[in-house]
Design a protein around this ligand. Structure first.
Ligand code: SF4
Ligand code: SF4
Ligand code: FES
Length: 557
């Protein structure tokens, strides 16, 4: 189709929005409420252009015959500036002047806004949750968090209430997030362009404990952090920074640096054994993975009938936390009460998870990737020039299977590598399950096992999980991760969010898997030591006591 853009006739794809067509041609259009891959809601009206003389949003319009578009007239610029001023007037003024990080603050500077004539009309109490903090005084009602919570996570924990000046974002019935079915995934944080939603930080607690000479402070890092942390220091998305990350943690003052990937290998040992036990007993199927605490909370609110299907395994950092305070404490002759475990996670839900009473958590504090980068900056560490160092060997050797926990489908792929070899006693010739890789919302496959067929599936994003669960009885084994792309797209990862970045992080995860000498969890020499010296065997009484847990039914509010 042919349309006119700024006086020139151009050929364009009629299935693309005007916003995409303009951006493809290198024309800069400001956007705030628009989110990649989601239906345009056209709330902010910053993407205005003139269409045949009338102002219209470009994010929600498609090309039509005889369209003439003007992108940079005085009328367009003035309208964008007024809309930006109205939006920012509800956002803290000092933030507008000083902050260069928030999307909206950058936009208002780009559209040339120098002053704000209006004052905020509302005053809200800041809500402090276990994982997430909401400050409605900063909120500009763009609706991104509401849309992500509904369309990506199918959770609907927050929505708009009130009209006109009173319109505001709130959990239903004006409850606190803690009192509704919020799953703590933090995707609203990643969506918010003005920092009105943020993680509950544990940074000050960690700084305090690092100064306490009586404490032995151990840190562990989740699989996905090595593929994303570099972005906080200007490195390209997908740069693997494992060695520098370990180096930085030592310079921050941690006594030992352990690898959550070993916890992932332990999870696979227990989960694969649990699956094989279910095969011998005839179910219950499907067995569903439990390393994502946001998914667990979602199930506890919305799917009580699935309680029997859930694996009883704790998540990898929780397994490593408890092993640090038992196995490692005993081996190193340190009293467990003197050990503090800090987890660096991609995730705000892990903050909530470590407070669950059912878990008897071994983890004391959880830092997100973003908080970790603040810690490094606090100590003025020049991250890029750090040498590469190795994890402490006591709990620091892991496999390619462990690192794959960082990407959607990775837990299932790691589990299948071990299930196959433990159940058949044969070597799995092709360890890569390509049908489980990539950003697709639901992936599935079949594997032959001792003459039978095992059907498996993986979903990422809880809206996709809901779709998969409609046909759950077709499968024996299901992996569910709440965040798009899995933990590499977690709510605690470096901002701003983009699918392109997540794909690059995913590539890095698979690259790391290929590089490692051991690619199956049951081949990990430390895993073997832990069972030989301490736990006995997977699913032994001691393993069940330390590495397994249970879940509860939760109401909606
Ligand atoms: S909290 Fe943030 S994402 Fe949600 S509506 Fe307000 S400004 Fe937008
Ligand atoms: S997918 Fe990963 S980052 Fe996201 S909530 Fe689950 S465990 Fe946390
Ligand atoms: S980006 Fe188009 S209306 Fe907000």
């Amino acid at each position: 189709m042919k349309i006119k853009i700024d006086g020139k006739v151009v050929e364009c794809d009629q299935n693309k929005t005007l916003l995409h067509i303009l951006r493809d041609r290198g024309i800069e259009i400001p956007t705030l409420c628009y989110q990649e891959n989601l239906k345009p809601e056209a709330r902010c009206r910053l993407c205005l252009v003139e269409i045949n003389g009338k102002l219209s949003t470009s994010c929600s319009k498609y090309p039509e015959k005889d369209m003439e578009i003007v992108t940079n007239s005085k009328k367009v610029k003035r309208a964008r500036m007024i809309n930006a001023e109205l939006l920012i007037s509800e956002h803290a003024k000092e933030c507008f002047i000083e902050n260069k990080e928030h999307d909206l603050c950058k936009i208002v500077q780009d559209v040339g806004l120098k002053d704000i004539r209006f004052d905020p009309t509302r005053k809200y109490k800041v809500e402090l949750g276990t994982s997430v903090i909401r400050d409605n005084n900063l909120c500009v009602n763009c609706g991104r968090c509401v849309q992500v919570c509904a369309d990506v996570q199918a959770t609907w924990a927050i929505d708009f209430a009130g009209r006109g000046h009173n319109e505001h974002v709130t959990p239903y019935f004006e409850h606190g997030l803690h009192d509704v079915a919020c799953i703590k995934c933090g995707q609203c944080i990643a969506a918010c362009p003005v920092g009105a939603i943020s993680e509950r930080e544990h940074l000050q607690d960690v700084l305090k404990v690092l100064k306490d000479k009586k404490k032995h402070v151990v840190v562990q890092t989740a699989p996905s952090i090595r593929a994303s942390l570099g972005e906080e220091f200007g490195m390209k998305p997908g740069t693997l920074v494992k060695g520098k990350m370990v180096s930085a943690l030592r310079r921050c003052g941690f006594d030992k640096v352990f690898d959550t990937n070993l916890g992932a290998d332990m999870t696979i040992m227990e989960e694969a054994s649990e699956f094989i036990r279910r095969l011998s007993k005839g179910g219950p199927f499907p067995m569903i993975t439990t390393c994502c605490p946001a998914w667990i909370k979602f199930m506890e609110h919305f799917y009580h009938d699935l309680l029997k299907n859930m694996s009883s395994c704790k998540s990898p950092h929780e397994m490593l936390g408890v092993l640090t305070k038992t196995y490692y404490a005993k081996k190193s002759n340190i009293a467990p009460k003197d050990i503090v475990v800090v987890s660096v996670m991609p995730c705000t839900a892990k903050k909530f998870e470590s407070t669950r009473p059912e878990l008897k958590s071994g983890v004391d504090y959880v830092l997100t990737t973003r908080e970790f980068s603040k810690l490094i900056k606090h100590f003025n560490i020049d991250f890029k020039s750090l040498p590469n160092e190795k994890f402490d060997p006591a709990l620091g050797i892991s496999t390619g299977a462990g690192v794959m926990f960082g990407a959607t489908g990775g837990v299932m792929e790691a589990a299948l590598r071990t299930v196959y070899e433990l159940a058949t006693g044969k070597t799995l010739k092709k360890v890569e399950f390509n049908q489980l890789r990539g950003m697709c919302g639901i992936k599935e496959g079949v594997i032959s096992l001792n003459g039978g067929k095992i059907k498996y599936a993986a979903a990422n994003g809880l809206a996709n999980a809901r779709k998969l669960l409609e046909r759950k009885n077709d499968y024996h084994f299901i992996e569910i991760m709440a965040c798009p792309g899995g933990c590499i797209g977690g709510g605690g990862q470096p901002l701003p969010y983009s699918e392109e970045k997540i794909q690059k992080r995913m590539k890095a995860i698979y690259k790391e898997d290929r590089k490692l000498p051991f690619r199956k969890s049951h081949e990990n020499p430390i895993v073997k030591d832990i069972y030989n010296e301490f736990l006995g065997a997977p699913l032994s009484r001691k393993s069940e006591k330390l590495l397994h847990t249970h879940y509860i039914k939760r109401s909606m509010f």
